[in-house]
Design a protein around this ligand. Structure first.
Ligand code: PAF
Length: 323
């Protein structure tokens, strides 16, 4: 009997019946805290992937820039030494130039407009450009509309920003625009930013409310102006090393999970936009809610001529015309 059991067990094992499926652990990194918009989106992605692959894939999380700045993490995903990154488009244009158009300041009217463009043929067409650069873009997530903070003064109009040394992302499209506001842009990776604000190496920075909240910038910045001067899209990027090993049905699970992550991340951005400003005021920030947006937009006349040359005036108009 014992011998028969052994023989049967051996035969089943040889067929793979009853054998435990192997679990692959994927490293996912992002810049902010686990309870931030990036944390919420990343968790939804990982939970859905784990469930949809019956535990064959799960994640190990690296929040708070534990794997480096966004540019370094994108590079690592491209090389295959990191599996996933949930990142803003800030440095992405250096890898996939077609992304840069969505970084133009004052391109999007509001969240509805931006999300419609990302979910529509223009945004989906941009995602399709990634594989030829050795990166898989699973879906758009979201960082949010960026606002200015600084330690010196209230900013209502571009003249108020003049001469302020502000940390920006390593993004030429942004920097060209911000120079026209009179700002002195200082590109710097995000992990260095809190210290730079604390030490006064820079006067200010610009980021969406969810980042200002989760990075605790109220501790080192007094003035917040709701400039909403640029929409900051984000993406869930996967290494082709992982993607190329997935079955067609697992690929579907990954893409659907990333889309669910995008929806959850946007919901958290909405919540932070609704509740975060009052929280930042309680933490001591002076918030300028009404800024002279037409004056900021007017200051962008010359940069927009450059954007039109680089990206095509018709392509910019196509985005502006999405209703
Ligand atoms: O300012 C940045 O670099 C980005 O907005 C951040 C905070 C890394 C989130 O994508």
């Amino acid at each position: 009997m014992k011998v028969a059991n052994l023989v049967l067990g051996g035969a089943l094992a040889a067929l793979g019946v009853g054998a435990q499926a192997q679990t692959t652990t994927l490293k996912i990194g992002y810049a902010t805290a686990p309870d931030s918009h990036y944390g919420v989106g990343s968790k939804v992605f990982c939970d859905q992937v784990e469930k949809g692959t019956q535990g064959r894939y799960k994640c190990q999380y690296f929040p708070n820039s534990a794997l480096g700045g966004e540019r370094e993490q994108i590079e690592a995903v491209q090389l295959g030494t990191q599996d996933l990154v949930n990142t803003s488009t800030g440095p992405v244009g250096n890898f996939v130039p077609e992304v840069k158009i969505v970084d133009i300041p004052f391109l999007f009217r509001d969240y509805d407009h931006a999300r419609k463009v990302m979910d529509g043929p223009i945004g989906q067409g941009i995602l399709a450009k990634f594989p030829s650069k050795g990166i898989v873009a699973l879906a758009w997530t979201e960082n949010g509309f960026r606002h200015m903070t600084n330690s010196k003064r209230d900013i209502v109009k571009p003249e108020d920003a003049k001469g302020l040394k502000m940390r920006t992302m390593e993004n030429k499209v942004h920097m060209d625009g911000y120079r026209a506001f009179g700002i002195l842009p200082t590109p710097m990776a995000f992990p260095e930013l809190f210290g730079a604000l604390q030490q006064g190496t820079v006067d200010g920075q610009e980021n969406p409310i969810p980042v200002i909240l989760s990075a605790k910038f109220a501790q080192v910045q007094k003035h917040l102006s709701l400039t909403g001067h640029v929409y900051s899209p984000a993406l869930l990027l996967l290494s082709p090393k992982v993607w190329n090993k997935l079955s067609d049905s697992d690929k579907k699970v990954f893409v659907q999970a990333a889309q669910a992550a995008g929806a959850a991340q946007r919901k958290k951005v909405n919540e932070d936009e609704a509740n975060g400003i009052a929280q930042l005021e309680q933490q001591g920030m002076k918030v300028i809610k009404t800024v002279d947006k037409p004056a900021f937009q007017a200051a962008l006349k010359v940069p927009y001529e450059g954007y039109a040359k680089e990206f095509g005036a018709d392509n910019i108009k196509k985005i502006q015309d999405v209703k």
